[in-house]
Design a binder for this molecule. Structure first.
Ligand SMILES: Nc1ncnc2c1ncn2[C@@H]1O[C@H](COP(=O)(O)OP(=O)(O)OP(=O)(O)O)[C@@H](O)[C@H]1O
Length: 513
């Protein structure tokens, strides 16, 4: 393996290799997920692993955590070969991965989660709960985690769960932690706290492999970056030596710029109103009203707890509002009914694609056409040929990386699954397309594709709601309604400045400070 010693002065220079993957190849049937890749992570560094959706990142993570074997090549920790796959304890002492989807068990308490299967037992073999709780409290105190150990894990926030998973990993002795898109569900303040924690742990000798599609995060928190493209290792370099355009070019093989809405005058009064939301009140008290016309792209922005997702979910029927009406193209939607919203012409990309989005065991074709059975029926029966044709078009239009329309969605990478959700939302030619955090987990080139689709939909005369706190998502909007603490606090016309919008999302009124 080539020597990729850092040239900067950080701990990366002196650090011994904590983990090394050499010439690793992994195939799934005819798909080559990893093609002779190398990775070298040194002690004390925070090393980014980036690449487009389907580049092979998760596959490498599953190999580095002992969930899958390599076809060829090898993995070593601290210079010694990786333990056998079945020796879970040995793996846990070397490495842990904090995934986007938590592995914490919600029905157990914090203490139980921390000491699952390694409870302190007395001579009578009974579990000593007092001792378990004390050990858990000590562990959390050691790592400055402020959580009550008696609390049921279900009551923890996403942020607290992540921190708990990190503490649990450290308690097994692991000093190498993989963070797989850790910021995807966190708001700006929580991301800051996570980064501070990473810095603290790094100073104490903990090494991180950090996977994210948010390139600014790589520049903020990582020292080294490795780029994969199409299952191959492209480059490893100190972050400071790789400019953002160079990084994007390494990931995509080309320059990529994201779409932005052009300067358009507000729609005239004779342009039909497509969506009218009147005096909506959500369960937790968020209030919202909006009139949007054909061809308009409206953003709903806000941080965690702003109410933006609740409002969007109430509009599309995923949640039942306590008051208010939603009228789509003259038809009043039944509150809390997704089928009614779909029948009225809503296309939806929900926030949680695992819960409301996809059926992983079904094919791309089955998922994409799920809400439009009429389009795939022939003489009363489902026509696989029609279904394949629709799915093929979706695969081409959204550049989904898959061998064909009948591939189960479970076999796609995360970002490509998100494109299938978008494909399904578009399948019924929606009058109203509602996108909730549509580019979460999506690489920069795919972001360009997904956001570009919005422009096509708008041109066809549909209305689009983009619900997000990502500035890149919001830039394609004609106007953005910013929510804070359950209220719309600002309406920003196209051309807003990043600072203003971010300040409004944080509840700061820059005009009055
Ligand atoms: N269990 C599986 N069966 C078949 N193919 C798979 C399986 N797991 C992954 N793949 C394929 O391997 C390739 C690499 O996928 P992987 O999930 O590692 O990508 P990734 O870089 O993590 O992408 P993302 O950023 O979208 O999460 C993809 O083409 C994917 O479809």
């Amino acid at each position: 393996m080539s020597d990729r010693r850092s040239t900067d002065d950080g701990p990366a220079d002196n650090g011994r290799p904590v983990v090394e993957a050499v010439n690793v190849t992994k195939r799934f049937g005819s798909t080559v997920a990893l093609d002779g890749v190398d990775l070298l992570v040194r002690q004390g560094e925070t090393h980014a692993l980036v690449g487009r959706n389907g580049a092979g990142k998760s596959t490498l993570v599953s190999i580095l955590t002992g969930l899958q074997t390599t076809d060829t090549g090898c993995v070593a920790f601290d210079g010694r070969p990786a333990p056998p796959l079945g020796d879970r304890d040995a793996w846990r002492q070397r490495v842990a991965c904090v995934y986007q989807k938590s592995t914490i068990i919600p029905t157990l308490t914090v203490a139980e989660n921390l000491f699952l299967n390694r409870h302190a037992r007395g001579v009578d073999r009974l579990i000593r709960w007092g001792a378990v709780r004390r050990a858990a409290a000590q562990l959390l105190a050691d790592w400055s985690v402020d959580v009550d150990v008696r609390q049921p894990a279900a009551t923890l926030s996403v942020e607290q769960r992540q921190v708990l998973e990190i503490a649990r990993a450290l308690s097994f002795g692991a000093r190498f932690i993989i963070l797989d898109e850790p910021t995807a569900q966190l708001d700006a303040a929580a991301i800051n706290r996570l980064f501070n924690r990473i810095r603290d742990l790094r100073a104490q000798g903990v090494t991180f492999l950090f996977i994210s599609h948010h390139l600014q995060e790589i520049y903020e928190i990582c020292d080294q970056v490795t780029v994969f493209r199409d299952a191959r290792h492209i480059v490893t370099a100190p972050v400071a030596q790789l400019s953002r355009p160079a990084l994007v070019a390494a990931m995509t093989g080309e320059d990529v710029s994201l779409p932005e809405a052009g300067e358009r005058p507000p729609p005239a009064d004779d342009v039909p109103v497509v969506l009218s939301v009147r005096d909506l009140v959500t369960r937790s008290g968020a209030e919202f009203s909006l009139t949007a016309r054909a061809g308009e792209v409206v953003g709903i922005a806000g941080g965690g707890g702003s109410g933006k997702v609740e409002v969007a979910e109430a509009i599309v029927g995923l949640a039942r509002p306590v008051a208010g009406t939603v009228v789509l193209d003259g038809r009043t939607l039944r509150p809390g009914s997704v089928p009614d919203a779909l029948a009225a012409g809503v296309g939806l990309v929900p926030q949680d694609r695992h819960r409301e989005g996809l059926v992983p065991a079904l094919s791309i074709g089955e998922n994409v056409t799920m809400t439009v059975p009429q389009r795939v029926r022939r003489h009363g029966f489902i026509s696989p040929t029609r279904r394949d044709a629709i799915a093929r078009r979706t695969i081409a239009d959204l550049t989904i990386k898959a061998a064909g329309p009948r591939v189960p969605v479970a076999e796609l990478s995360g970002g490509n699954q998100q494109k299938v959700v978008m494909g399904r939302a578009l399948a019924n030619d929606p009058k109203l397309l509602v996108l909730i955090t549509p580019t979460a987990g999506v690489d920069v080139r795919s972001k360009q594709t997904l956001l570009g689709v919005v422009e096509d939909v708008r041109r066809r005369g549909s209305t689009v709601l983009v619900v997000s706190d990502e500035l890149d998502d919001l830039r394609i909007c004609d106007r953005v309604l910013v929510m804070f603490a359950g209220r719309v606090v600002r309406e920003a016309a196209h051309g807003w400045r990043d600072n203003d919008l971010v300040a409004a999302m944080e509840g700061v009124d820059l005009d009055h400070v």
